[in-house]
Design a protein around this ligand. Structure first.
Ligand code: NAD
Ligand code: UFG
Length: 335
């Protein structure tokens, strides 16, 4: 297939591009590099030995988007582009709604104009809100607690309504749990601007000495050791999930939702312990109070993805810790 990838230079998008190219698909990347760098394009080419078209394009630029769709025969779109920081979304909510909702609306309008009706969308476990019990299942009601999360709930609804109105459309929302890890080459990985919000990039920056210690947010949750439990999955597994979802859409029509996770919960302390053990590093821990808005436990029921698209994770927590560490070391060596 010829697949247009929005946000293809980002953390998850870049790994999905590698998987798509390795599986023999052709890609066209579109990214405005607001949270990534054009260097990633070269890294994808180096890893795969393939070339492809790529555009510095903002989804808010309807005219440029239309021109790109006019230039290429596109069979499907994978839509990663969006702003993703929960705390930032509470301070600039209108920017988040405009970028994520208007960007997606433009994309859908242009896709409809060019009769491209296959779409895979990056959704999130955040849509399970705070009122469901684990393991989360796709049929549970959705809600959110911050503007970022609401953009995912609203986009899912927009896509559901679009598929109801267009019988020919085939749309899949993938609800990611907690992607970590990096490509085994060490060339691409999670590269957030400024001080990271998420646990693994924070651990990596502490391990390499950019940050003095790791903050453990809360030790009084009702979990095995009192710290937050999450369903961490390797970004390479997540990338493969997109190829599987896309291939499923070659034969299916309608609206689909799949959780992508391992189905296993890991605590903050378990993750830090594993990182220290596999990488032979000792990290300074700073025990803090709970972070506002954090829930105790989140993990997926992954049966639907296994049964319907034939996807399941293969990498371990050890692999995730090893590959994340390799990426941050490579990045700092190349500075
Ligand atoms: P990322 O920030 O690394 O990648 C997103 C990419 O989209 C970036 O390269 C950015 O420059 C680009 N972008 C943003 N707005 C754009 C616009 N208007 N036009 C063109 N490009 C634009 O993030 P990621 O971690 O790779 O996440 C990808 C998607 O997955 C996002 O939609 C995110 O909300 C979702 N998601 C991520 C996680 C996670 O933990 N990383 C979890 C659940 C869902
Ligand atoms: N944590 C720490 N120290 C840190 C960072 C995080 O102890 O420096 C803890 C958190 O309290 C939580 C766990 O590590 O218990 C995971 O936190 P992350 O920020 O890595 O991940 P979250 O599950 O909170 O959030 C992520 C994305 C959201 C997305 C959500 C569900 O950041 O955008 O997963 O998919 F909505």
């Amino acid at each position: 297939m010829n697949v247009l990838v929005t946000g293809g230079a980002g953390f998850i998008g870049s790994h999905a591009c590698v998987s798509l190219l390795e599986e023999g698909h052709n890609i066209i990347i579109l990214d405005n590099y607001s949270n990534s760098s054009p260097e990633v394009i070269d890294h994808i080419k180096t890893i795969t030995g393939r070339t492809f078209s790529h555009y510095n394009c903002d989804l808010l630029d309807y005219t440029q988007l239309d021109t790109i769709f006019g230039k290429h025969e596109i069979d499907a779109v994978i839509h990663f582009a969006g702003l993703k920081s929960v705390p930032e979304s509470t301070t600039i909510p209108l920017t988040y709604y405009h970028n994520n909702l208007t960007g997606t609306l433009h994309l859908l309008q242009i896709m409809e104009k060019h009769k491209v009706r296959r779409l895979v969308f990056s959704s999130s476990a955040t849509v399970y809100g705070t009122n469901n019990v684990v393991p989360y299942e796709e049929s549970m009601p959705t809600s959110a607690t911050n503007p970022y999360g609401w953009t995912k709930v609203m986009i899912e609804q927009m896509l559901r309504d679009y598929t109801s109105a267009v019988p020919d459309a085939a749309v899949t929302c993938l609800r990611y749990f907690n992607p970590i890890g990096a490509h085994k080459s060490g060339l691409i990985g999670d590269n957030p601007n400024g001080i990271p919000n998420n646990l693994m990039p924070y651990v990596c920056q502490a391990a390499i000495g950019i940050l003095p210690s790791i903050k453990v947010y809360g030790t009084d949750f009702p979990t095995k050791d009192g710290t937050g439990v999450r369903d961490y999955l390797h970004v390479a597994d997540l990338a493969d999930g997109h190829v599987k979802a896309l291939e499923h859409l070659e034969k299916a029509k309608g609206f689909f939702v799949y959780n992508l996770g391992t189905g296993q919960g890991t605590s903050v302390l378990e993750l830090i312990d594993t990182f220290e053990r596999v990488n032979n590093i000792k990290l300074k821990r700073d025990i803090c109070g709970r972070r506002a808005g954090d829930i105790a436990t989140s993990f997926a029921n992954v049966n639907h993805a296994i049964e319907e698209i034939g996807w399941e994770t293969k990498y371990t927590l050890e692999d995730m810790c090893r590959d994340s560490w390799k990426f941050i070391q490579t990045k700092n060596k190349n500075k």
